[in-house]
Design a protein around this ligand. Structure first.
Ligand code: MG
Ligand code: ZN
Length: 211
């Protein structure tokens, strides 16, 4: 394996409960942007394994009028500096800014890059000069799993694997290759698989789910 493609919200930074709208979504302000525990260390481990690391993220917040492009850039700087502080680096970052019901007209489109479409993944793999079969796709959502499996990547679901999720993924044959509690655990699974010293990796199943 040569590269790791990472979702952003819920994998790298925490999701936010927006009280006014009553929804859990991406952060909209800089004070809401918080890296999840052990993320910089996980990315450093992936770097040390010789894997390229790219972020492939749906970011419809600008299209929906939740934030300005400068804020998305500010999140990026915060994220990269915290990763760099622990000796890690991200090779590339790709966003889909579109949304089919966007308020901003030029972002209102049914594009080929919004996951579960595979456009962003293909772009990342192309720029990194690897094939999609040589990539892990790591995400906390069904669109991440769908995009990853359609693209031929190995997939890692980050979060709690619940039977409510199985009913959607099984119908579409998109069981993740692995399930991990967080990005650090995902990086360790990749480490075990690539170094083959241990066999801690296991396939997910409803019976193993910690609900
Ligand atoms: Mg996510
Ligand atoms: Zn798009």
């Amino acid at each position: 394996m040569k590269a790791v493609l990472l979702d952003r919200d819920g994998v790298i930074n925490a999701l936010v409960y927006h009280e006014d709208a009553g929804v859990i979504d991406a952060p909209f302000t800089q004070s809401q942007f918080k890296l999840l525990p052990r993320v910089p260390k996980a990315i450093r481990l992936l770097n040390d394994l010789g894997l390229s690391v790219a972020i492939v993220s749906n970011q419809p917040g600008i299209a929906k009028g939740h934030l300005k492009p400068e804020i998305l850039k500010a999140f990026e700087r915060m994220m990269l500096s915290q990763i760099r502080a622990e000796g890690g680096h991200v090779d590339r970052i790709y966003y889909c800014l579109h949304h089919p019901e966007a308020k901003v007209p030029k972002l209102r489109q049914r594009c080929r890059c919004r996951k579960p479409e595979i456009g962003l993944l293909g772009q990342a793999a192309g720029d990194l000069r690897v094939s999609l079969e040589e990539c892990y796709m790591i995400g906390d959502g069904i669109p991440d799993l769908l995009a990853g499996s359609r693209a031929g990547c190995r997939t890692i679901f980050v979060g709690r694997w619940k039977c409510e999720i199985c009913q959607f993924t099984e119908g579409q044959h998109v069981r993740p290759t692995f399930v991990a509690k967080d990005l650090w655990e995902a990086a360790q699974l990749i480490n075990s698989e690539m170094t083959k010293t241990t066999r801690t990796a296991s396939s997910p199943s409803c019976l193993l789910a910690q609900v």
